[in-house]
Design a protein around this ligand. Structure first.
Ligand code: 8YV
Length: 314
């Protein structure tokens, strides 16, 4: 039987690319390439897309492939895929939830400790020879016992909260409605949540519904001693307001894994000395990325077998 044709968008490690090339007739496209540069005869053969990255996969790109029936996203967040258009065209969309939850929560908590205790600055102090030359490193901020807020109590938000219990933290959260299975303090407004805590984690999903939901008012409510941590999407925050508050000291500090316009982030971030910046690496472990790849391929295989997709979102 001849192999099915798929389009692979984005860069894949060999352990993902080789199995896809073995199972399918694989065609490749860089995220920002023009799909119409691919000959029509090839485009007509493509039945599924293995999508990776955070570029926009909208109607124009989808419609370049008249026989497209499925998009398998490598990642839990599918905010850059136009799912409304996919629905109209009966294109199925899958993601890779759950398998990355622990890694994202681990990094979020790691960023909190690293920022509060200035672990990177302390490393620099030792490796530069300052410890011997200038003496003790400055005092930092205590982690245990702080009041913490989680904006978005989904799988990842809850995994963060559960880790924070070990630090005897008072846990507050924002979600669209209170969650009955937890007893933490509920806030129906993110600015209200920010005003009640020392550290604010953002673990919301991206997309139009959460665009700019962390407002200037919320950032300022966190205050000059507050720490803002984002492991969700840059789009959830009024980034201009975040930068203003970090520059003026209206906000104490930030630890960020996500931004607008990644990887070409606003250069104002690079001028700040009260931030810890990470390159959107929260799911970036060998173990998790390999598991994500397997789940992406399981969704593709189910589609071509005419079976229900393991993790279908649309
Ligand atoms: C990326 C992520 O998808 O899962 C998500 O939503 O943001 C990340 O895990 C990952 O970088 C793969 O490209």
């Amino acid at each position: 039987m001849s192999k099915k044709n798929i389009l692979i968008i984005g860069t894949y490690d060999d352990w993902d690319r080789i199995p896809m090339e073995t199972s399918y007739e694989a065609h490749f496209m860089a995220p920002d390439d023009d799909p119409f540069a691919i000959p029509l005869a090839t485009r007509e053969k493509i039945e599924a897309i293995a999508f990776r990255g955070h570029s926009f996969l909208g109607c124009a790109k989808m419609d370049a492939f008249p026989n497209l029936g499925m998009i398998a996203n490598l990642g839990v967040g599918y905010d850059t895929i136009d799912v409304a258009h996919a629905k109209i065209r009966s294109i199925k969309v899958s993601n890779t939830p759950d398998v990355l939850t622990d890694d994202v929560a681990d990094l979020a908590v790691g960023m909190m400790i690293a920022k509060m205790r200035n672990i990177t600055g302390a490393h620099e102090w030792v490796s530069s020879g300052n410890w011997g030359r200038k003496g003790d490193f400055g005092l930092q901020r205590k982690v245990t016992g702080k009041r913490v807020g989680i904006a978005g109590l989904g799988r990842i938000g809850e995994a963060v909260a559960r880790r924070l219990i070990a630090f005897n933290m008072e846990i507050h959260y924002y979600a669209r409605s209170p969650k009955n299975h937890v007893s933490w303090h509920y806030h129906d407004d993110i600015a209200d949540l920010a005003g009640a805590v020392d550290i604010l984690f953002v673990t919301l999903t991206g997309g139009p519904a959460t665009k700019g939901i962390v407002t200037r008012q919320a950032i300022e409510a966190l205050g000059p001693n507050g720490l803002f941590i984002n492991v969700s999407r840059g789009t959830t925050v009024d980034e201009g307001a975040l930068l203003d508050a970090l520059e003026s000291g209206a906000l104490g500090g930030a630890a960020l894994d996500v931004y607008l316009n990644e990887p070409y982030i606003d250069p104002r971030f690079m001028q700040l000395n009260n931030v810890l910046l990470q390159p959107h690496q929260s799911s970036g472990t060998f173990e998790t990325r390999q598991t994500m790849g397997k789940l992406q391929r399981a969704n593709l295989a189910a589609y071509f077998a005419g079976e229900p997709l393991p993790t279908q979102v649309v």
